[in-house]
Design a protein. Sequence first.
Length: 311
Amino acid sequence: MVRRLVRCLVLALLLAAAGLAQTGAAAPPWRHAAGGGTESLAQLPSPSRTAGPVKVVFRLPVAKPAVFITIDDGWYPDPGVLALMEKYHLPVTAFLIEKAAGEHPDFWRRFVRAGGHLEDHTVDHPFLTRVPPPAQYREIAAPLDYFSQFGPRPDELRPPYGDYNPAVGLTARKAGIRYIVLWDAEMRGGRLHTIRNQPLQAGDIVLLHWVPGLTRDLDSLLSLLARSHLGVADLTQALAGTGLTVVPAPAPPATGPSLPRAPAGRRVRGTLPPGGSWAEVGPPRGGDSVGVWVYGKAALSGRPPGQEKRP
């Protein structure tokens, strides 16, 4: 009898665990990032959807041959992107999750010094239309205060998954948001996709994500822009209507440190831009060594935060 009760109890616990896995708590944020980003063209709502008092933009008509580069989330800050920004004076807008930005504040200070803009992508990336108004307001408003330490207070929101409605727009306006910025093109895995299935055009807003491989995607995008005789313009400047400065798109070589080989089971060290370091770890049974870029607390090799290899 006792054994039967124990078996029933164990079975009940296993079933409960399976139910939790299926209805599952939200995946850790790095899971979204490692999967290649959390937004895509497929999620874009109809252009006819309004956001109440807040203006929604998918692209910006401009008289000059330029597009706008935007990068979402922020869990994997990439020193290679900073190197490109600093070398070519590229204007880039980062729509950051506050929790992600809080992991690497020094990186984002340098990003702003390089000419980047930090804008709002909520506290922890929910579907905004699915949370009650008080939580909705907190998700939108809290990052505005946090990002003010890095530069001007943000007034642009990219709702996670492109999810918004008039109620979200009203809440955003109360928080101080003036624009909901979406996208009409994305660079992913070295390939460009546009909403029209046509080449990039002046005024397009290009979506990328702070994920492993971002520098390669940005390199590919810049090369494509150079071939298309398109430059890069500042999104915040364009929204403000204060004129538009266009930076010609370079075609730079791939960036990043070269990794020396490490004997099996040994570790060697090198350097990245200030504040970062990398370590290459030789596997205990030989074979190819594994390069791990470390910036602050997170590895930039695709490993989730907390599982990075330290020299």
